[in-house]
Design a protein around this ligand. Structure first.
Ligand code: ATP
Ligand code: RIB
Length: 309
């Protein structure tokens, strides 16, 4: 596998959270309390997680986001710096750093509630001001746990600069309908894919139909993550291809999508085709699910290469 070129650069626009994780025998239903033995604290947020996943491949990574001017924000920034992520464009606000409350069951399935906090204060103007030096080979990776206007500004600015842009529509906020017209590569999971197709007026019965409708709307590739089913790659004008998942022992799938997106963006920045980038990211994401915590199992480039042989 090709190594990472020195000038490959990923700029992530997305959320920074601290995750409180409770492992329980099963997920609670509405109104129900389920007790686990302890609570663990991990770095989280879809933007910050994906930035770490990309950085572990050896790619240069910058993160544009927002964190509180609190100890939690200091800790989150320090963790990201330790991973080699440039946090110079992380705004510090009076609102507290975002928090995710995560319950993980024995099968590794999760349930997540996020208090967005500072993430919702990232503005379109701050995003534009932080994206002034984009180069065509760069890959801008955007996820949607931040203010909708910031999402649209990131996708629009990437398109105007001729940079590559990946939009992970997690969660599927209404502003995605605006962002889609700038032609990003979309990376929904299966549920998000069906929901997004409905949002652009194409009710679909199958994920493949929905992905085709989205690809038609963007004029770009749509890459659907299918959990243990691997990845569906839809490229305009080509037959859709399913890449099966690598066999994994599942302990916690939290952050699998972020691992996929971070590595996918890193490989696009390295010059891979969409298909090749999705193949590598699919291996990386499978490696990540055997560890508890969104970032714990994110692999290094050497680990991905060894698992790909
Ligand atoms: P999350 O929100 O939990 O981060 P997601 O719903 O965005 O995840 P998924 O489709 O569940 O994303 O998973 C992303 C990728 O992770 C999959 O496409 C696959 O490559 C890998 N993956 C997830 N679950 C498994 C599994 N059980 N075995 C192997 N690979 C997996
Ligand atoms: O995708 C996983 C992430 O979603 C967690 O780290 C949590 O912070 C939520 O944002």
């Amino acid at each position: 596998m090709d190594t990472t070129p020195a000038d490959a650069r990923v700029i992530v626009v997305g959320a920074i959270n601290v995750d409180f994780v409770i492992a329980t025998p099963r997920l609670p239903g509405p109104g129900e309390t389920v007790v686990g033995p302890r609570v663990d604290r991990h770095g989280g947020g879809k933007g910050a997680n994906a930035a770490v996943a990309a950085a572990r491949t050896g790619t240069t990574v910058e993160l544009i986001g927002a964190a509180g001017s609190d100890d939690t924000g200091d800790g989150a920034s320090a963790d990201l710096r330790d991973e080699g992520v440039d946090v110079g464009a992380v705004m510090r606000t009076d609102s507290p750093t975002g928090v995710a409350l995560i319950v993980v069951d024995q099968a590794g399935e999760n349930q997540i509630a996020v208090g967005a906090g500072a993430n919702s204060e990232l503005t379109a103007a701050q995003v534009r001001a932080s994206l002034t030096d984009l180069r065509p080979g760069d890959c801008v990776l955007v996820s949607t746990e931040i203010a909708g206007a910031a999402v649209v500004a990131a996708v629009e600015t990437a398109a105007a600069a001729g940079a590559q842009c990946v939009l992970n529509p997690a969660p599927p906020i209404p502003e995605i309908a605006d962002a889609i017209r700038y032609g990003p590569i979309l990376t929904p999971n299966a549920g998000e894919c069906l929901e997004l197709a409905s949002m652009v007026g194409q009710h679909s019965d199958t994920v493949e139909e929905a992905a085709a409708a989205l690809s038609e709307a963007t004029g770009a590739a749509v890459v659907v993550t299918l959990g243990a089913g691997g990845v569906l790659v839809g490229i305009p004008g080509q037959d859709f291809e399913t890449i099966p998942a690598r066999t994994a022992t599942v302990r916690d799938t939290t952050g699998a999508g972020d691992t996929f997106n971070g590595v996918f963006a890193a490989r696009l920045a390295a010059g891979d085709t969409t298909n090749a980038a999705a193949t590598v990211a699919n291996v990386a994401a499978a490696l990540s699910v055997s560890y508890v915590g969104a970032r714990t199992g994110m692999p290094t480039w050497d680990q991905i290469s060894a698992a790909s042989r």
